[in-house]
Write a protein that binds this ligand. Structure first.
Ligand code: APR
Length: 256
């Protein structure tokens, strides 16, 4: 991706207020499964209608809580990859960078980036399903052996605790969505990394930037609906492409 990488590097070097918009592909090279990738996608093994909905949790709290605890333990074992560190390098170079993520892992922060705008919540913020009281993380909890695990009871009202993620059919956190749209409205570059751009309203964020004339650069090994609005398409894995993009933008920084 010689000429495309050079062009993307030029766009990044010229930016002052980039948005980095990320999806599950950002964490794929850390060993965290994506949702819709054929070979590894979580949804190949589990049906979202079964697990990622309020009805599923009401019907079988232990199945849903166990699945998310299994994912949380997986994330705890994972390490940020070179892509996460490259995003932190962009933020260090351009302090007005806003990272907006659909991911519910904590790998952006562990990779050195400032806390991202979280459109779909976090595996690390469980709360009461009834009264929203934040619940302590059962950090010493054993990984669910067979995937089923009874959720803890809320310390305040004794109702079951739920994962702090946004389920299908639920509204996104208003403040996060507003912050994301605001950042996308004022950015001078939108870098979209590792998302299939299929799930709305999150998938609107890159389109907000594109409509207002900000160049969109995509990092994804395969085609997505965002191909149509990209100024540059970098076909490859985030863990390789993002470090190369940072080097292309700021060659003098190499090794610092
Ligand atoms: N580097 C970059 N992109 C990658 C990599 C990689 N190493 N590996 C896979 N990808 C791409 C895939 O080609 C795909 O386009 O990452 C994308 C992952 O898409 P999804 O699995 O659909 O994940 P995402 O777009 O984040 O899903 C959005 O859907 O299920 C809901 O709430 C969940 O936040 C999630 C939302």
């Amino acid at each position: 991706t010689g000429p495309e990488l050079a062009e993307a590097g030029r766009l990044l070097a010229a930016a002052t207020r980039p948005v980095v918009f990320t999806g599950a592909g950002m964490s794929a090279e850390s060993g965290v499964p994506t949702f819709r990738d054929a070979r590894t996608g979580l949804w190949q093994r589990y049906d979202p209608a079964e697990l990622a909905t309020p009805a599923a949790f009401r019907a079988d709290p232990a199945l849903v809580w166990g699945w998310y605890e299994g994912r949380r333990h997986g994330v705890r074992r994972a390490e940020p990859n070179a892509g996460h560190r490259a995003v932190a390098a962009i933020q260090a170079r351009l302090p007005e960078t806003v990272v907006i993520t659909q991911n519910v892992d904590d790998l952006h922060e562990r990779g050195g980036a400032a806390a991202p705008v979280r459109l779909h919540g976090s595996l690390f913020a469980p709360r009461c399903a009834a009264c929203d009281h934040p619940a302590p993380l059962p950090d010493d909890a054993p990984e669910p052996p067979a995937g089923r695990l009874d959720p803890p009871a809320c310390a305040r009202c004794a109702a079951p605790v739920r994962p702090g993620v946004v389920w299908f059919g639920e509204a996104l956190p208003e403040a996060a969505l507003a912050a994301a749209v605001e950042a996308a409205s004022r950015c001078d570059l939108l870098l979209t990394v590792g998302t299939s751009a299929l799930v709305h309203p999150a998938a609107e964020v890159p389109l907000v930037a594109a409509r207002l004339g900000a160049p969109v650069v995509q990092v994804n090994p395969v085609e997505t609906p965002l191909d149509a609005v990209c100024a540059v398409n970098l076909r490859g894995p985030a863990g390789e492409v993002l470090p190369a993009l940072v080097r292309a933008a700021w060659p003098a920084d190499v090794g610092r």
